[in-house]
Design a protein around this ligand. Sequence first.
Ligand SMILES: [Zn+2]
Length: 320
Amino acid sequence: MSFRKISGQDKALETLKGFISSKRIPGAMIFYGPAGVGKATAALEFAKTLNCLDQDCSAKGDNCSLCSNCKHIEAGTHPDVIFADFAYQAMLKKEEPEKQQSIKVDTVRALTAASQQKAVAGRWKVFIIDSAETLQTEAANALLKFIEEPPENTVWILISSKKEAMLNTIKSRCQAIAFSPLGEDVLINILKDNFVEENLARRAVKYAQGSGANAFRAAEILGEISALPGGAAFPTAFALNLPRTLAQSRAQVSFALDMLAVSAHESWIKSGREDKAQELKNLLSKLVFYKKAIARNVSPSMVAEAALISALDLGISLKD
Ligand SMILES: [Zn+2]
């Protein structure tokens, strides 16, 4: 990997490369934009570029991906680069990753403690905090003075798909780097590069809303659905085919509800009929209700079945 592998983010990458070539590296940045558009990858590539041992590469504002620093950063084993996401926090707390819903003060303290030690192997210490909008208030406060004046050769990168939900005290201390939603052509190519068949990729991207993560999820769901019976038998078959763990099944149904909303909207536009507007509105309010039900621990399979039946009544199905 190198910056070249990140598609559709020319403006953000130009800014990051500009920091490296001008040797003016901000002490704290926020990478923000939709989920799954390359923010985390860009943060790791930036950390690699700062620490790359191949000077020809780093002088050009990129990294070699081959030296020991690059390889360790990519593998998550570099002592000076920490990627703190829910999985990292779960490891620190010896808990299940699915149980992590916010970044806690202990996690921030582990990072700030590491930031006060000297770099071990690299030239730069880079601390990346994923889902930064979930930083608890105490955690955010613990972070403030460290991002305000980071020691030399230390960079904090906060990643967020909901920057508006972050505290102003944090945002005002960080340089903001915007990542854009990805275009359909870019998404189709990303899916195809990951062995998703072209037809399926084309159908999946309409549910992606510019996000690579969504595109993969839609492709996975559409792929699974293709093996299920259609028509009136579909809602029950879909519900029976959900993943086994509650967290996965909840995530799958929640995303399927979003897909239904996109299909409903599309079908309304195709019909060109004003009188269909009320039907669509009713279905959308039902979908909002089902989304809330999922969050309140109602059985995902029951929600899925009810939602798919309601959609089917209007001739809308995820299986065409
Ligand atoms: Zn390298």
